[in-house]
Write a protein that binds this ligand. Sequence first.
Ligand code: GAR
Length: 197
Amino acid sequence: MSIAVFASGSGSNFQAMVEYARRQQWSTPISLLICDQPKAKVLQRAERLDIPYHMIDPRRFASKRAYEEKVLTYLEQSRIEWIVLAGYMRLIGSTILNKYEGKIVNIHPSLLPAFPGLHAIEQAFHYPVKVSGVTVHFVDEGMDTGPIIAQEAVTIEDQDTIESLRAKIQQVEHRLYPKVVDQLIQGKIQYRRRRVE
Ligand code: GAR
């Protein structure tokens, strides 16, 4: 059994995770990258790190379900047990969720439930809040709503810019996310559906 990372962008979290897994000699290896953006920099990182990947363009499928069924065939081929979202800018649909509930985690650049969605760093900066941070959570059917596993705060100083805040947040992400996934694959974190009041 192994791990697949899903990513849409630069892939700095993907790289940090692969390097950590190799240093720590994880018994559950990262064996696949799924990417939905043909020009994403993460594809070059996968080449350099020698991780097999599939670039699957959702626009070439008639429906989200058809796209996710294609993704599932690759996950099954590689015997994937865990899905790690790392800057995957797309909601996981029911086709994948039904097969992998409790086995999908995501990292988000804010202290959820504040600032869900695609522009969390910019929104925290412009609000402006004094403290933001990073959240690692299980994925459910909502947008950044699944059960929270770990959070770490990052303070926003007067002299910060969006770019300096992004750098601080990413530094935390690269340290926190591999550690959480390490605990997860060792069975040290249990999935429980979030209670909805
Ligand atoms: C990360 O900061 C991650 O938290 C964020 O995208 C970035 C990807 O960076 N994810 C989201 O905003 C999800 N809503 P990377 O491609 O360099 O890892």
